[in-house]
Write a protein that binds this ligand. Sequence first.
Ligand code: ADP
Ligand code: MG
Length: 281
Amino acid sequence: MEPFITACNVFYQYESPSGPVSALKGIDLSIYSGEHVAIIGPNGSGKSTLLKLFNALLEPTGGEVRVGGRDTSDPQNTWEIRQECGMVFQNPDNQIVATTVEEDVAFGLENLSFPAPEIKKRVNEVLQAMDLDHWAHHAPHLLSGGQKQRVAIAGVIAMRPRCLLLDEATSLLDRRGKAEVIDTALKLNRLDNITLVNVTHFLEEAALADRVIVLYNGEIAIDAPAQQVLSRGTWLKERGLDLPPAASLANRLREGGIPLSFPIITMEQLVDSICSWKQMA
Ligand SMILES: Nc1ncnc2c1ncn2[C@@H]1O[C@H](COP(=O)(O)OP(=O)(O)O)[C@@H](O)[C@H]1O
Ligand SMILES: [Mg+2]
């Protein structure tokens, strides 16, 4: 199978008043259709830069990024790539552009000059599918943070993309908002086969992915199944990435010789795993 996104020896350099900043240094990766990949890494490691390369918001300064086989550096591909790969950012309030939820969801399609009846049809479909239809005529700024992010996701989904890119989209939300957004993204990935790339600094979220890519200092430090990444607690902690408490306790118990199951992210999983180990012992 052809990968959906490929990065081949990718470099990205920002020009700043104090000189050039190398944000990405030789990135090689492939992301396949329908995959759920999490990208983690300390602040400044290059996560947002990498994500922006995936929907042609930035063009690599070295190497090549392809999305659906199309070179992102070719301006003729920009609109198709943006439609295929939609992005949701951190701050819900910066993403609201219209006075009603319905108009907000329609915004991307309007930008792509879709005919009005098609826009109406798609917006209604998406609002229904995402259980947002009762908010259609509400002002988006009255919604909770989680609901606002779901409206932003709906705006992306209305374009019928193949891929959803989340850049710390849950980081400003409360617990409930986080769960709401992640549940929505997971459903789109599992039920509609939408490729999901989630940049997050919550390892609880990263643990839900098929694969976790750890960026460090503009390079890929690890690209492995989630469970393998989570078992490297000390390595992650040394780089400012804290495991969830249950995962960290589980690793210590494993080091002490207790063969606990994978994955353990929540306290509930930890307790379950210890109980079943005790029954076996
Ligand atoms: N617009 C910019 N101008 C100059 N440097 C930037 C700009 N945006 C990001 N950087 C630098 O590029 C590096 C990677 O940034 P970024 O991709 O935002 O990392 P992350 O999302 O992991 O925090 C950092 O050193 C950051 O300071
Ligand atoms: Mg960032």
